[in-house]
Design a protein around this ligand. Structure first.
Ligand code: MN
Length: 229
């Protein structure tokens, strides 16, 4: 059998200090997972029985050192710096105590959001998908295997725009920790090798404009640099 349209390879993330890549199957994002950011949204933290989860299309991936074209139909584009967890092994109903065994590694990501579109979606009682679905909406830095860096659970998470600090928190402030997220997500649908999870952002996302340079770092995880054009 042959395809009736051209086939494509899955988008992938480069692995640090390696020629290997990590193909990406699905992109999950967790909302309001730092109390200080949750408070500033006015919506409260993701502390309920269900974590707030969105999916982004895999073709929104953008490589480290990449250039993000300012998206169409947008007046307010926010970057959210987040730790990204990459799943290396399939699992269903994973116990929290075994969850980290399913994690291949970690990276720095920017969960890019059309904030104006998000507010329009909320006002109209629509799904938020449009606010997170555009080319370049998911910049991800080099992936660092857990076999090399362990499973980071504390450390500065910082976003600088044009050299000025915009966000500064600590990944020890996560409401849903990595193991919680992996366990809970795998209870709703099988987690698969290749899935990646953006784990939420600390307070302070602020709009960026063409020409801005975004530099992110998470202590013990890595860095991510992109430019908006
Ligand atoms: Mn986010």
């Amino acid at each position: 059998m042959t395809s009736v349209i051209p086939e494509w390879a899955p988008p992938s993330i480069a692995i640090a200090n390696s020629d290997h890549t990590f193909p990406v199957r699905r992109i999950y994002t967790i909302g309001r997972n730092y109390a200080d950011h949750a408070a500033e949204t006015g919506l409260g933290g993701s502390t309920g029985s269900v974590p707030g989860i969105s999916l982004k299309p895999t073709d929104s991936l953008l490589a480290d050192r990449g250039t993000l074209a300012y998206p169409a139909a947008t007046r307010h584009l926010d970057p959210e710096i987040e730790m990204v967890v990459a799943i290396g092994r399939d699992g269903t109903d994973i116990a929290p105590s075994e969850a980290l065994e399913h994690v291949y590694g970690y990276a720095v990501g920017f969960d890019m959001i059309r904030r104006d579109v998000m507010h329009d979606c909320i006002a109209n009682d629509h799904s938020w998908d449009l606010c997170k679905s555009f080319a370049g909406a998911s910049p991800v830095g080099l992936l660092h295997p857990a076999a090399e860096i362990g499973h980071p659970d504390a450390g500065d998470i910082v976003l600088e725009v044009n050299g000025e600090t915009r966000q500064h928190g600590d990944i020890n402030q996560l409401i849903w920790k990595t193991a919680d997220i992996v366990s809970r997500l795998s209870g709703y649908a099988p987690l698969r090798a290749g899935d990646i999870i953006f784990t939420g952002t600390p307070k302070g996302p602020k709009a960026v404009v063409p020409g801005d340079h975004l530099a992110g770092r998470i202590s013990g995880v890595g860095t991510l640099d992109i430019t908006i054009r």
